[in-house]
Design a protein around this ligand. Structure first.
Ligand code: PNW
Length: 458
C-alpha cells in the first residue's frame, strides 16, 4: 500500500505561453516566444501559441476541471509581457485583471495557487533593446516586474517560484539555439545563467525585505535528470557526478552554498562568470524550498575521446565542457519524446539532492509523460502514462519513507498544450485537447489522480 501524509500537496502544472493563447489581446506585448515561432522551421509544423488552448478565455471552465479532479494546488506562470508589455515601465491593467481573476477563481474553489514568475516568455522589447539575459541589467528589470506581481497578487498568492528551469533557458536558448531566443554559443549559456541566478536572488531579496507581511514562501525550480554511472569504474562514477554538477549544481550550488561547483570553475575558466562577495551573500540561501522538475535518466560515462562523440551539445549541457558521454538503456521504456522511463532514477536524484543540500523541503514541480494519445469513443485510455505516474510516485513515496522531505508533487501537465519546439505534436496532458474544437476530455490518468488524491495513495 502506498500512503502519503494528509498534508502532502497534490498539484498539477501549466505555463502561460503553452496554454493561454490571446497572444495580443488586451494590451499584451509580444514575447520572445511569439517572435521565435514566426521564424520558419523553428517549431514543428511552424505552429505557435497564438491561440494555445485558449485558457485566457476559458479559465473558469479550467478551474472547474481542476476542482472536479481533486487537485489541491495549481502551478501556473505569469506572462511578463501581459503585465508589462515593453518589459519595463508601463503596467497593463488588463493583464493584471486576468491573473487577479484567475487567482480569485482558484481560491474560491479551494485550490492553492503556485505562481511561476518566469517560464521563458521574456518580453520581446527586453531582448531586442537590451540583449535579454545577456545583459546584467536584466536582474533589475526582473526585480521591477516581480515587485508589481507581489504588490498586486501577494495578498492571495503565498507560493512563489521565481524562475522555471534556468538550465533550459541557458542551454536550449543560448547554447543549442533550439528554444527562444535561438542563439548558439559555448559561452553565452554561462553568462545568461549568471544573470538568471542574480535575477532570482534579487527577486527573493525584495520579497524577503519588503513583503514579509504577506507571509509567503519563495523559491526556484530547477530541472535535472538522473545520471547513473555506466560502469563501476571510478572514471564513470566521477563522470556521472560531474554531469549532475554541470546540470543541477550549476544553479543549486550558488543558491545553497553561494558559488558555482569547483569542477565548473576548473573546467570553464573565463567562460564562467564570477560572483562578487556581495553577490554570493545575496544568492546564498535564497530559496525557501527546492523546486525540482524531473523526467528521465541517462547513463553517464567518461569521454576519453577515443570513440563515439555524441552531439557537441549533449542533453545535459555543453558536453565538450564535461567530457561525459550520455546513453540510454535499451531495456528502458521510451516516451514519445524519447525520454526513458526510469522511476529509480527519480529516487536516486531525490536522495542526491537531500544529501548535497542538507535535506531541504523538496517539491516536484513537474513530472510527466509524453505520448501520442488518441480519443476513442470519447475516452483516452493513456495507461502508459498512468503507469509512469504510479511508478514515479512509488519512488517518491519510498524517498519520503527514507526521510527525504518531499512535500508535494505537481503533474505535468493539466492539459495537452504547446510543447515548445515540438508544437502540438507531443501530448503531455492528463486532460486531452481536441485542437479543432479545444474541447477538454479527461484522460484515464486524470481520473486515476482524482482517486489517489482522495485516498492520499492507493
Ligand atoms: C519542461 N530537456 O521543459 C518545461 O518546464 C515545460 O514547459 C515543458 O512542457 C516540459 O518540461 C516538457 O518538455 C523541458 O531538454 C524541456 O532536458 C527540455 C528539457 C527539460 C525540460
Amino acid at each position: 500500500m502506498i500512503k502519503f501524509s494528509t498534508d502532502f500537496i497534490w498539484g498539477t502544472a501549466t505555463s502561460a505561453y503553452q496554454i493561454e493563447g490571446a497572444h495580443n489581446a488586451d494590451g499584451k506585448g509580444p514575447s520572445i516566444w511569439d517572435s521565435f515561432c514566426t521564424i520558419p522551421n523553428r517549431i514543428k509544423n511552424n505552429e505557435n501559441g497564438n491561440v494555445g488552448i485558449d485558457h485566457y478565455h476559458r479559465y473558469k471552465e479550467d478551474v472547474a476541471l481542476l476542482k472536479s479532479q481533486g487537485f489541491k494546488a495549481y502551478r501556473f506562470s505569469i506572462s511578463w509581457a501581459r503585465i508589462m508589455p515593453e518589459g519595463k515601465g508601463k503596467v497593463n491593467e488588463e493583464g493584471i485583471a486576468f491573473y487577479s481573476n484567475l487567482i480569485d477563481e482558484l481560491i474560491k474553489n479551494d485550490i492553492v495557487p503556485w505562481v511561476t514568475l518566469y517560464h521563458w516568455d521574456l518580453p520581446l522589447a527586453l531582448e531586442m533593446e537590451n540583449d535579454g539575459w545577456l545583459n546584467p541589467n536584466i536582474a533589475s528589470y526582473f526585480e521591477d516586474y516581480v515587485k508589481i506581481c507581489f504588490e498586486r497578487f501577494g495578498d492571495r498568492v503565498k507560493n512563489w517560484i521565481t524562475l522555471n528551469e534556468p538550465w533550459v533557458v541557458a542551454i536550449l536558448g543560448y547554447g543549442q539555439g533550439v528554444f527562444a531566443p535561438g542563439r548558439s554559443s559555448n559561452s553565452e549559456p554561462y553568462l545568461a545563467a549568471h544573470h538568471l541566478i542574480l535575477a532570482h536572488a534579487k527577486a527573493v531579496k525584495l520579497y524577503k525585505t519588503s513583503f514579509t507581511h504577506q507571509k509567503g514562501t519563495i523559491g526556484i525550480t530547477n530541472n535535472c535528470d538522473w545520471r547513473e554511472p555506466l560502469t563501476d569504474k571510478p572514471a564513470d562514477i566521477e563522470a556521472a557526478e560531474r554531469a549532475l554538477l554541470f546540470f543541477l549544481g550549476w544553479f543549486a550550488d550558488p543558491i545553497y552554498f553561494g558559488d558555482y561547483p569547483q569542477v565548473m570553475k576548473d573546467r570553464l575558466g573565463d567562460r564562467l562568470p564570477k560572483f562578487t562577495e556581495d553577490e554570493k551573500e545575496l544568492i546564498k540561501n535564497s530559496s525557501d524550498f527546492f523546486g525540482l522538475n524531473h523526467y528521465t535518466t541517462m547513463y553517464a560515462a567518461e569521454d576519453d575521446h577515443s570513440g563515439i562523440k555524441s552531439s557537441v551539445y549533449g542533453n545535459g549541457g555543453i558536453s565538450e565542457d564535461q567530457d561525459v558521454i550520455l546513453t540510454q538503456d535499451e531495456a528502458w521504456p521510451l516516451t514519445a519524446f524519447n525520454w526513458s522511463v526510469v522511476p529509480w532514477g527519480c529516487y536516486k536524484l531525490l536522495e542526491w539532492i537531500s544529501k548535497r543540500y542538507n535535506n531541504p523541503d523538496i517539491y516536484i514541480t513537474e513530472n510527466g509523460f509524453a505520448c501520442n494519445d488518441t480519443l476513442e469513443n470519447g475516452e483516452v485510455n493513456d495507461l502508459e502514462r498512468l503507469d509512469y505516474y504510479r511508478q514515479y510516485l512509488e519512488a517518491c513515496n519510498e524517498a519520503i519513507e527514507n526521510g527525504i522531505k518531499l512535500k508535494g508533487y505537481f503533474a505535468w501537465s493539466l492539459f495537452d498544450n504547446f510543447e515548445w519546439a515540438s508544437g502540438y505534436s507531443v501530448r503531455f496532458g492528463i486532460n486531452y485537447i481536441d485542437y479543432k474544437t479545444l474541447k477538454r476530455t479527461p484522460k484515464a490518468s486524470a481520473l486515476w489522480f482524482k482517486k489517489i488524491i482522495k485516498n492520499n495513495g492507493w
